[in-house]
Design a protein around this ligand. Structure first.
Ligand code: LLP
Length: 471
């Protein structure tokens, strides 16, 4: 643990149009929910005009832990967890549970933090499952997803007895067989595609019928009959997930009717279903123009829709599960980079290059995602330049931000890219043999390492050299 207490809180210096001004404007806009804040909730500016998060001066963090650096704010992540739970307790009359879709960022510390906050967890691979277990999750609070779980992964699930979200016939049959062979009964949720469209990037839409995930709704009768006949399977509920980074509420209202109808159908087939999982999908703010609903509003709408749909059909309220990823952790983290080379293309654009890029944040090149940035070592310097922030990879598309508004910068300055908590580290790679960055968890002026920076030795750790090539 390293003490990083920033000497003073917010500076009084306010320049015309600066990162500081930007931060103040954003935090002044009645942020009701972490997912609506571009900055981690604890972001302040020190007397030295540096950005501080969790009471830690970002430039000091970089000096201590190196660059690039993922900086995760514990207060923001905890607050988001608590908002989901409080809203569920307030707006749903029945039992409920928020579970963290750990694909957003799966590592020991994040899993342990979310567990401490009382959430369950969604895992999608043997690796995520292993990490959740190592972080101390009880099998009853683990929900194992995935559209092609291997036999080994299913055996792992049977051995520990977690909940399995069944996605397809191969898996259902294998699971029944494996559970029977071990004399166990496995709790199964059935995932199906609800046929609901929403407005988000096509790669992250999952609710439409033409999706690789889940059973086709036409197959549900057959699935229910199969589970009814399988002694080793206990169908505990149903699951749907419609997509990610969604700002609309209507798709989730529509989902309630589809899910509750399928729930009644499962009951009709004699299954003892008790749980409904509405998936995740609530979006976050990456730019000023993004306007997602708050966590509370989203939960309230989901609860009211499920309650209404159940009432209309005379159904007692099932246990309600929601499965957020991005809206829990996305806004809680920033990535700090060190600025290096610059290139001016006369009359066209100026590039500034940072010491990371598509390997630590593949979202811009994959989904054309837009990010915002601030200069952490000069928060009140006027924003005088419009530049393209490029990564250091051998790929023209390796651009983190097009047209970033920044002060004039120099090599060695610390650029902080905002809202990088979701699907950054978890989708990172070693492209061009770049070592993955370190990650720190910050709170009350203390910074704890949660991801050790990879070393050059790490990069060749899994390489094998055939004897005939070794000198
Ligand atoms: N549940 C299921 C079954 C999911 O597939 C997902 C996300 C979630 C919950 C959580 O969704 P969220 O609350 O985070 O929207 N790599 C993409 C996002 C892929 C989302 C995959 N599934 C990105 O960087 O935008």
């Amino acid at each position: 643990m390293v003490s990083m207490q920033s000497s003073q809180s917010r500076s009084a210096v306010v320049a015309a149009a600066s990162s500081l001004k930007y931060l103040e404007r954003l935090s002044g806009e009645a942020v009701r929910s972490p997912n609506q804040s571009l900055m981690p909730l604890t972001a302040t500016v020190t007397a030295q005009d540096h950005l501080a998060i969790g009471g830690c001066d970002v430039t000091e963090l970089v000096k201590t832990f190196g660059s690039p650096l993922y900086i995760l704010d514990e207060v923001s992540l905890s607050a988001a967890c608590q908002q989901y739970q409080t809203a569920l307790a307030e707006h749903y009359g029945g039992e409920s549970l928020a579970i963290y879709a750990s694909k957003a960022w799966n590592c020991l510390a994040v899993c342990a933090l979310v567990k401490r906050e009382g959430l369950g967890i969604d895992v999608v691979s043997g690796g995520e499952l292993y990490t959740a277990l190592q972080a101390g999750f009880e099998p009853e609070k683990i929900y194992f997803h995935g559209n092609n779980k291997s036999r080994e992964e299913l055996s792992q699930a049977v051995a520990i007895g977690c909940n399995v979200v069944a996605d397809n016939w191969l898996e259902l049959r294998s699971l029944a067989e494996l559970a029977q062979a071990h004399g166990k009964t496995m709790a199964v949720m059935v995932r199906f595609t609800p046929g609901i469209e929403c407005h988000t990037h096509e790669y992250i839409r999952t609710g439409h019928i033409d999706s690789k995930f889940g059973f086709d709704p036409e197959q549900l009768s057959e699935v229910f009959e199969f589970i009814k006949g399988a002694d080793s399977l206990d169908c505990i509920g149903l699951h749907c997930h419609i997509g990610s980074q969604i700002f609309e509420l209507q798709p989730h209202r529509d989902l309630a009717d589809v899910l509750v109808d399928a729930f009644l159908k499962a009951q009709h087939y004699g299954l003892g279903v008790q749980q409904l999982n509405v998936g995740g999908g609530l979006g976050i703010r990456y730019t000023e123009s993004d306007d997602p609903p708050s966590i509370t509003t989203w939960v309230q709408q989901v609860c009211e829709s499920i309650v209404r749909a159940c009432k209309a059909r005379g159904l007692a309220l099932p246990k309600l599960i929601c499965e957020p990823g991005r809206s829990l952790i996305g806004s809680a983290c920033v990535t700090a980079y060190t600025i290096g080379s610059q290139k001016e293309v006369p009359g066209i654009r100026k590039y500034i290059t940072v010491d990371g890029g598509m390997s630590d944040n593949p979202r811009p090149i994959t989904y054309q995602s837009i990010y915002r940035s601030v200069l952490a070592n000069q928060m009140s310097a006027p924003l005088t330049e419009t530049v393209t922030v490029a990564g250091k990879h051998c790929e023209s598309g390796d651009v983190l931000i097009k047209d970033a508004s920044l002060p004039s910068t120099e090599p060695g300055d610390i650029l902080v890219v905002l809202a990088t908590g979701a699907y950054n580290y978890s989708m990172s790679s070693n492209y061009n043999r770049l070592a993955r960055p370190a990650g720190v968890l910050v709170k009350d002026g203390q910074a704890d390492l949660i991801l050790r920076r990879e070393t050059l030795e790490d990069l060749v750790r899994f390489d094998a050299l055939p004897a005939r090539l070794a000198k």
